[in-house]
Design a protein around this ligand. Structure first.
Ligand code: ZN
Length: 126
């Protein structure tokens, strides 16, 4: 795995044990979102080992456990970040993106690289 301009691979490691199986495409995706926002972006959660995922109440089979997902927050609202991801995707600039969830009240977004069979990419949760 390689660092990008604003992200180090370490930021995506499991918070509980330091293991890191993050996929490079997730880091690249986060960098593009960061570039679009123009402000620092915090990786709340990247790779999670199965034990950590269970502890934080993550769903079984979570994309975080596969190293395919990241939860991001910044000084911008979750809504603004979600809109930025939509804009980039609409311009064909996020081929890595599989799915994006806006967590409205918690003010963060989840992005992952797994395309859903339904083809849907966008979800808003309270
Ligand atoms: Zn762990």
């Amino acid at each position: 795995m390689n660092d990008t301009k604003n992200f180090s691979v370490k930021e995506f490691a499991c918070h509980h044990c330091g293991q890191n199986k993050i996929d490079q495409r997730v880091i690249d995706l986060c960098q593009k979102i960061r570039d679009e926002l123009g402000v620092p972006v915090r990786v709340n959660s990247g790779y999670r080992c199965p034990a950590h995922n269970a502890r934080v109440g993550g769903v079984k089979g979570s994309r975080h456990v596969l190293g395919h997902a990241a939860d991001l927050s910044s000084s911008r609202s979750g809504m603004l970040m979600f809109e930025a991801v939509k804009r980039l995707q609409g311009e064909g600039r996020l081929p890595e993106l599989g799915y994006c969830i806006l967590y409205k009240t918690k003010n963060f977004i989840h992005v992952d690289i797994d395309k859903r069979p339904s083809g849907s990419m966008w979800e808003v949760r309270p």
